[in-house]
Design a protein around this ligand. Sequence first.
Ligand code: ADP
Length: 889
Amino acid sequence: MMAQYLALKEQAADCLLFYRMGDFFELFFDDAKIAAQVLDIALTSRGEHGGAPIPMCGVPVHSAEGYLARLIKAGCRVAIAEQVETPEEAKKRGGSKALVARDIVRFVTAGTLTEEALLEPRRANVLAAVCEVRGVIGVAACDISTGRMELEECSADQMGAALARLGASEVVASDSWDQAPVDCVPRPNRSFSSDEGETRLKALHGVSTLDGFGQFTRAMLAAAGGLITYLDHVGRGALPLLLPPVAREAGTHMAMDEATRASLEILVSSTGTRRGSLVEAIDRCVTGAGARLLAEDLSAPLTDARAINRRLELVSWLHDDPLLRGDIRGILRALPDVGRALGRVVAGRGSPRDLGQLRDGLSEARRLHDLLRARSDLPEPMVSLLPALSGHGALTDLYARALVPAPPTERSQGGFIAEGYDAGLDELRRVSGNARRAIAALEAKYRDETGIAALKIRHNGVLGYFIEVPAKHGDRLMAPDSGFTHRQTMAGAVRFNALALHEEASRIAESGGHSLAAEEAHFEDLVGHAVRAREAIAATAAALARIDVAAGQAERAAEGGWALPRVVDEPCLEITGGRHPVVEAALAAKGDRFVANDCYLNTPRPARAEPVEAPPRNAHPSTSSGWAGGAGAGTSRLWLVGGPNMGGKSTFLRQNALIVLLAQAGGFVPAQAAKVGMVDRLFSRVGAADNLARGRSTFMVEMVETAAILSQATERSFVILDEVGRGTSTYDGLALAWAVAEAVHSINRCRCLFATHYHELARLAETCDALSLHHVRAREWKGDLVLLHELAEGPADKSYGLAVARLAGVPAPVIKRARSVLDKLEKGRAATGGLAAGLGDLPLFAAAIEAAEEKVDALRERLNGLDIDALSPREALDLLYELKAQANG
Ligand code: ADP
């Protein structure tokens, strides 16, 4: 047996091998140790191998799914080795000692799941394959639980962003590619060829050309080759549901890199879970498929105004009609997950219950179709969804006739084909029913005849039907002429057989076997119907999901009083009364109110907007003139946002990025009104100090990310930069923040919100005509700091650092000491004046000031001497590194 085990294990070296033995899957050696630890089950041992006992553990077959789920979650891959012949067949083949043949029937991996119990209902489960073809990256992705498949190509530096958007749970790549993503599953290089991909796709969909599906490049096809070959490998030749591939064109979606996605907490929050994420705050879908599509929409907002407006039109129509919305959501709520049921059925892992789900889901789709068709005010996008909701009449009729109302998940016991569907099956069932009744009658008859009231007819797996009497009556039936034959004597009972009972029992066994075979044949036939209609069924599932997303977005908008955004093609941003959906929800849970704020980039500020504050009297000397910048407050595209910590700067930055994202994903936005100029790339960066948990050289990470913005942001991009430069020493940080702000302003010329606590940056307003100064307001009241979370124009008046420290509970003596140090520093500033005075304002040890001043002056000279417009992004980046090196001395 060990030889067989080891041979199988060799085929599954990177997996835990589940080795079927009777009613258990057993694991041996290191597999057993890993599984015992992950699953918290007992580790035992068995026999020996190489002189040492073999570690072993096992899980019962009937509850294997739950254990599998935990192993997959823990990052393991599992190979399932089943018995592929019965013990009888083995004996026939190789004598009484023959070992039952076993083979790996399937690999269970994170990206190739279809089982309901192993999948999260509200999350797509994506498997991706990536490869490189002459410098171009090909990406193929599929969700085999629903069959969706998508191909794209991108440049090498965009690979990370593409994979981040897909959020794949498993990525495969060539084993000979040195740039392959970390943690990917290595696969033979030959499977990543465009010929392989093309041949496989054509065979899969029975076409002679792929042109009907779209235009696919060599890189895309090579990735598809790698993907399909892998699926073939893990399914041991049985391919799952794969719908025709869709080519994703570059530029049809808003680009967001991994850091941006993480910092905006789109699908998962910083805790790594859905809790506290954007999607959690938005999702009002009533079906799992809707929730999955919403997550996809939020991961890949559109850049095509027509497509966005079609989505908005649908949401808006449902928003304006709460009654209709309620009716639609009522129907959707009761829907089974049609897409995933189809995925299981096509993959050959379907159950009668899955067929029942298809029947119920498709009939409900029809009901929704009829409800909608009766309306005279359907918007165009709904008109085009309607046809996909119907057209399954023949299939649902067939399933309705063929299946019982609530079919079981287990098909080996039968009992799922409805009465009246197959006369032959009904007859078999009648025979077996009659026989059962006859057996019940026999029991009464035998009691009567023998006079033993305690006589019973019973059934078990070993003996089949038998007659049982208490031991004290046993002798009476032992008599040769009693008509009973002895079968077994137990402690308190004796068991017999009788001719009539035997005959009825044989009838039951025979008709039972025949009816199981008949049901099995019907099952295959019913599955065949679904497989043939798979594309139409998937289209219905997709239409239902789209309607659910639109209705859910409308519901969310109605709940929060959100606005229909206007998406335009000029690079502006006009948000009135914007809110952050996640922070607002968190505050609401505590009974607090969120303060709405406006944001106007590249657009004149409406005259009626909040009263513009005069520059505070104690404003920084260097900014007391012309703080709003040369262009005036109205038309800036870069807002510098200052103010105390905890004042709401990050929240303000992110809420505007999220509003853009939500609008381009085709939903309402948390604002009073919003006009969003189409954004091609969205960047969000948080100063390194906020990211300490990442445990890398955080400043380096921050700079790499900043470099990406400087090289990639265009005039159509939107960038939020939160406390850039915070991860290094004060002077480095200031110099970098300064240079980055200038570069973003003058070279990238994108829309940008830039939060900083460096007052000195306010001076940028003097030279950068499209930059304006803003701050989050705070007041000191009776010695306490009151954060108003309200955005106002002009520079921040002071840093309130000590007040925030007191708010945070720093002990009074420390605050007092800090105040006296601060007084000293401020006196020093008054004595020196100029930029150096500004630097004295910074949270720096007094002793360091002198030594560093010289360097900063040199930096300042270099910065002042720069002709920024003449710099290429590459030169700007190099300069940043130089400046940093210079500042570090
Ligand atoms: P900063 O970036 O200025 O340090 P944050 O944006 O992190 O400040 O905000 C700190 C806290 O203040 C948030 O967690 C939230 O509770 C609260 N807050 C922020 N913005 C608002 C707002 N507009 N209205 C109400 N509370 C807010």
